[in-house]
Design a protein around this ligand. Sequence first.
Ligand SMILES: Cc1ncc(COP(=O)(O)O)c(C=O)c1O
Length: 418
Amino acid sequence: MADIFERLIKNYGPIGQHRERAHGYFAFPKLEGEIGSKMKFRGQEMIVWSLNNYLGLANHPEVRKADADASAKYGLALPMGARMMSGNSDLHEQLEAELAQFENKEDAILMNYGYQGIMSAIDAICGRHDVVVYDAECHACIIDGLRMLAGHRFVFKHNDIEDCEKQLHRAQALIDKQQSGGILVITEGVFGMAGDQGKLKEIVNLKSKFSFRMLVDDAHGFGTLGKTGSGAGEEQNCQDGIDLYFSTFAKSMASIGAFMAGPKTIIDYIRYNIRSQIFAKSLPMPFVVGNLKRLELLHTQPILKENLWKNALALQKGLKERGFDIGKTDSVVTPVYMKGGVEEATLMVMDLRENYKIFCSIVVYPVIPKGHIIYRLIPTAEHTQEEIDLTLKAFSETKAKLDAGAYKSEEIPDMANK
Ligand SMILES: Cc1ncc(COP(=O)(O)O)c(C=O)c1O
């Protein structure tokens, strides 16, 4: 018989295999100091492009005060217990009502975390005869939610409406055969890696041909897209066709928690059947109060979103002018596609950090195909034009070195914290 632990330590997984040289530098780096466009990494101040603090709310003085006051007043314990049993409060319900109103839906339910919340919501909504049709690039939390699905699932090629329609035909045929069940289509408002918006409007339009319900994870669209910032549904003018709208608070809201908004009857059903909330302690009061304050600022300070977009567009324009490939982004998420091996990528990241003082996240094989490198840049409302200019200059110089083979190496450098 095999020992499970022995098997684990023989193979630490695609990224874990590099941990001895990478830990603390390429993986699990520590950014220190106040959250902002400049933070300290290993004692050096860097321009940071890795934080989903889109609107710069993390350190907004009103947010910090609301967080601190609520922590002093309530502590982290209140309310004790799960919402259903003993953990409900007027403020939890107020936040739900405000989120529903913001999203132009009848009701909303709070969740402690986006990841487990959406997984559990999929589990609560779908029965064994239901069929889920979903985009191939949906986030891991959706894929994990589908792992619990007793019914069937059909995946469509990323943002490919023709293929989506094909999968809807398959789903419909299966349901006809079973003579029971319904269809749930799941996609995202903004795909967080490439920054392209989900084709929500086109999927909503398929409702004229097929009968289905639609769930959208708008983690990156909430607060960043649409006239009022209510997300990709508003941006694409199809919010009414989205039956269930979901977002985490971990990005624009710079906090913790999540919500799902939709028709009152269905949100009530979820409220009474979502296992990750029924069997878990409710969101502590400081998070509820802090999220209420963030939502208020999101409403009342459109300048935050304007600054975010000003910076995102300046960054994206500058990259394109310098000949960088930024793919199909139509959100503020800014990927930069380059060619090179994993070893070269790590040396380039080191050069950027050590010599140019630029900190950004990098994606390489096996997350993406071999020979490709993606820098994933997250602009925020707080970045300055000077920081954008320095970053563009650094990228041009390091890309020239990459193309000239200056980073060629046989192995990943040892940068781990010893
Ligand atoms: C698209 C998407 N959905 C859900 C989540 C998970 O949210 P949370 O961090 O609140 O668990 C993330 C990442 O944070 C995400 O990018």
